[in-house]
Design a protein around this ligand. Structure first.
Ligand code: F6R
Length: 627
């Protein structure tokens, strides 16, 4: 019979972890931390604390962090040392038993874990032979049992047991462990999953990212792979590696503000983040674009100028929305810099024996900087001798720390699970990179360079103009809530935008949607068109405008219902489309920065009308730290 496991009668993979040791009651700090990390996973959650009697207790609940809070309301929870976890299930369905923290066999140890123990099955078999039994289907429970087994069989202290156990582990982990009877010790370790240690005034924090910490301290240590933080009450954390060699940690200063983590009056983070884009794009341009001198420079490009000038090929690696930004990068680098580009899903690239040359430039794009497939693809590219450049948002995350150089997008924390402001900033960084390289390579005329730059700084006010149509878009969304399927189409730079628009709709409204290059419709998908099928067409003035008009006519002839994104005064498309949303004109290569905005708003409003949980859609997590 297990002691002190309080299971809520409700059941959960990528996860958020938080831990506290100090002078305050740990529970409120942990719960607040879990809410901040909930974007990383929200199937189930749990906390473990050590109380005044030095007794270890675990509380877990299936569902959101609020379900855990509800469950804990009636419990007398206390203690100034604790760990907590919010889960996105990888091994075992989301339920109370699979939720973290997990006890060891004797229930003397409790552990939280973000990552995957790949050799858990072999380790588990060995432990079963030694008489260990398992309650859950998780890889995490195997790890805590292993730590206890090593501790008992080798008669070593907890830290040594963790070091020895982790040496046997293949996979990724960010873990924290506490021990019954020891209210003064918190041990945390990481490999390939992020972990930050916060250093307060006689109090210390550990977390998957800085968001649960920033309220209490700005001083943090980003643990490196295979480092262990030994945090004793009232003593500065000691960092050692798996061989117990003491490491000198670098203390960083957080730039994150607390306001950036709040909704600021908006009903959802996603809407707030859509509306933030005029500002986030200005932040992303700051210090990089000099309007007086008509110049754009990125330090990462200038520092590695020769590499970019001599590159025979650019490989762009990313997943999801970041991959869509990468596709826009392909159009940009090929048009402006005349460098051939291939854009790859990181997950496919890493397993298909890719050909990588030492003079390839690899650009890895990731909002979170933690996407496991992109990280693995980067390692492969580095091993083949390629130069790897990261475009990331989260400062200090794993991708910026594992690439040769890069640019941050500087949009602040993106909390809504559906990526919006990170996407436009990724596209903006790619535009600035392409302009910077093209100028150096002299593959762009001075006239086009200056015109594009002048237009670029006009993008934020133009987005403001689009955002003013929010109410109109909300009204339009009512017309479409009936739909079970959507097609999005565009050509050239608008094709990746069509795919991104479709992804936004899918992930938050659960309506099936496809993004298509408009000309491809007649090669198959046009068979789907009837009066029930909404077709969103990006029909702005660009080199393929006339072709897009023909594609609209093809849809019209099959009674499809057309919602067109058009430039002002475009009577031609207005006459053909059932509904239109106007956006200002700009340079063709900048158009994605504008045309995506109404599509973000459209998905948002449709999802709200359908009663979906916009910020935390089902089955998704913000940071995909498992492959
Ligand atoms: C969609 C979305 C995901 C991410 C993808 C990659 O709105 O957010 O498709 O773009 O999981 O994540 P990052 O950019 O963090 O590598």
């Amino acid at each position: 019979m297990r002691k002190n496991v309080y299971l809520c009668t409700y059941f959960f993979y990528m996860c958020g972890i938080v831990g506290y040791i100090g002078k305050q009651e740990a529970y409120p700090v942990l719960i607040k931390g879990l809410h901040r990390l909930e974007y990383r996973g929200y199937d189930s959650s749990g906390v473990a604390l050590i109380d005044k009697q030095k007794e270890l207790s675990v509380y877990k609940a299936k569902g959101r962090v609020s379900d855990l809070e509800e469950f804990c309301k009636s419990k007398a929870i206390s203690g100034t040392l604790g760990i907590a976890h919010t889960r996105w299930a990888t091994h075992g369905e989301p339920n109370n038993v699979n939720a973290h923290p997990h006890y060891s066999q004797s229930e003397n140890l409790a552990l939280i874990h973000n990552g995957i123990i790949e050799n858990y099955a072999v380790l588990k078999e060995g432990l079963i032979r030694e008489g260990y039994t398992f309650q859950s289907e998780t890889d995490t429970e195997v790890l805590i049992q292993l730590i206890e087994y090593v501790k008992i069989s080798n008669r070593v202290d907890l830290c040594t047991a963790i070091q020895l156990a982790l040496k046997q582990v293949v996979g990724a982990y960010a873990i924290a462990v506490i021990e019954n009877g020891n209210p003064d010790l918190l041990i945390a370790a990481r490999k390939s999953s992020p972990l930050v240690v916060g250093i307060g005034d006689a109090e210390f924090f550990i977390a998957s990212d800085a968001s649960p910490i920033v309220e209490y301290t700005k001083q943090v240590i980003y643990l490196e792979d295979e480092e262990i933080a030994i945090i004793q009450r009232n003593e500065p954390p000691k960092i050692v590696n798996l061989n117990n060699v003491e490491q000198t940690p670098q203390i960083s200063q957080l730039e994150l503000s607390l306001n950036a983590l709040e909704k600021g009056g908006y009903p959802h983070f996603m809407l707030k983040e859509i509306f933030e884009q005029p500002r986030t794009l200005k932040d992303c341009m700051r210090g990089r674009i000099n309007v007086e001198n008509n110049n754009v420079t990125l330090s990462g490009i200038i520092d590695n100028k020769e590499k970019f000038l001599n590159a025979k090929r650019i490989l762009i690696l990313a997943c999801g929305t970041s991959w869509h930004a990468g596709l826009i990068g392909e159009y940009l680098f090929e048009e402006l810099c005349r460098i051939p580009v291939e854009v790859e899903y990181s997950s496919e690239f890493r397993y298909r024996k890719p050909i990588i040359y030492p003079d390839d430039i690899v650009i890895a794009i990731s909002q979170s900087g933690e996407t496991a497939d992109t990280l693995a693809a980067i390692e492969q590219a580095k091993a083949a001798g390629a130069f790897v450049y990261g475009i990331c948002n989260v400062v200090g995350s794993s991708i910026p720390r594992n690439t040769h150089s890069g640019s941050y997008t500087h949009v602040g924390p993106e909390i809504g699970v559906a990526s919006t402001k990170a996407f436009t900033a990724q596209v903006l960084v790619l535009i600035m990179m392409a302009l910077n390289i093209a100028k150096e390579k002299k593959t762009i005329s001075q006239e086009q360079y200056e015109r594009t730059l002048t237009e670029l700084v006009q993008i934020p006010p133009k987005i403001e103009m689009i955002l003013k149509q929010n109410e109109k878009i909300e009204d339009l969304s009512k017309i479409f809530t009936y739909a079970h399927n959507f097609i999005y189409m565009g050509r050239g730079y608008s094709y990746p935008v069509a795919m991104e628009g479709a992804l936004k709709l899918k992930e938050i409204s659960y309506i099936h949607a496809e993004g298509y290059p408009a000309a491809e419709m007649k090669h198959g998908p046009i068979a789907l068109i009837d009066q029930e099928m909404p077709v969103v067409v990006i029909a702005t003035h660009n080199t393929t405008y006339d072709k897009t008009i023909s594609n609209i006519q093809e849809i019209k002839a099959r009674s499809g219902r057309i919602l067109a994104i058009v430039n002002k005064y475009d009577q031609k498309v207005k006459d053909m489309a059932d509904y239109t949303i106007e956006i200002p004109e700009t340079e063709e290569c900048l158009d994605p920065l504008l045309s995506i905005i109404p599509l973000q708003l459209l998905s948002y409003h449709i999802a709200v009308k359908k009663g979906r949980d916009v910020d935390m859609p089902r089955n998704l997590a913000k940071s995909v730290t498992v492959e």
